[in-house]
Design a protein around this ligand. Sequence first.
Ligand code: E4P
Length: 224
Amino acid sequence: MEYILDTADIQAIKHCNEFYPLAGVTTNPSIIAKENRNFWEIVKEIRDIIGPDKTFFAQTVQKTADLIVEEAKLMNEKSGGDFCVKIPISEEGLKATIALKKLGIKVLMTAIFSPAQALIAAKAGADYVAPYVNRLDNIIGDGCEVVAEIVEQFAIHNMPCKVLAASFKNAQQVHQCAAAGCQCVTVSADVLQTVIMHPMTDAAIAGFERDWQNVYGDKKILDF
Ligand code: E4P
């Protein structure tokens, strides 16, 4: 299971990269636009934090296959490390994916809302597909169920493509997708922090501290 951070907020990336076992950072045009700064400056800052081995995902803003390929090549060259281009599914996107695979550039096919879309993206050679869980839940769909169906379908058809579930609002959705067997999730810092929270954990830690202090006071193991 890979945890990926879904933001271009430099402070959030610094924090989560320090404290969590992150496999990379995903962005999309809306996430980048929120920062309202030079695109390459953002890319460089993210890469400086995560290093060359973790994957940086950025989405094309082009619409035709030829231009998507050009943009992907440039981002791949300039990203400074492991890179994967995000391409929304469409006819042009599929054509670009087939071409990019021949060039050895990793592709994540994004804006996936059905298992049928996911399967054809995988067949085109996408390394990842990103089903949007919460956006499906928002329209009374079942995002986690769609993720489960994609996982099952890839197993049946022996597809090496990874399921990178995206668009999460809460930790329960993340848990359900992990239980369904998706290989990666991309989440905001808020959702990631919620994943490790549990009131019983807080109570357990408080109990350990109290019992230790009652006997040893402020003495630590290092002081014995
Ligand atoms: C993946 O990177 C997607 O672009 C992202 O998770 C979408 O999330 P949203 O539905 O919260 O915008």
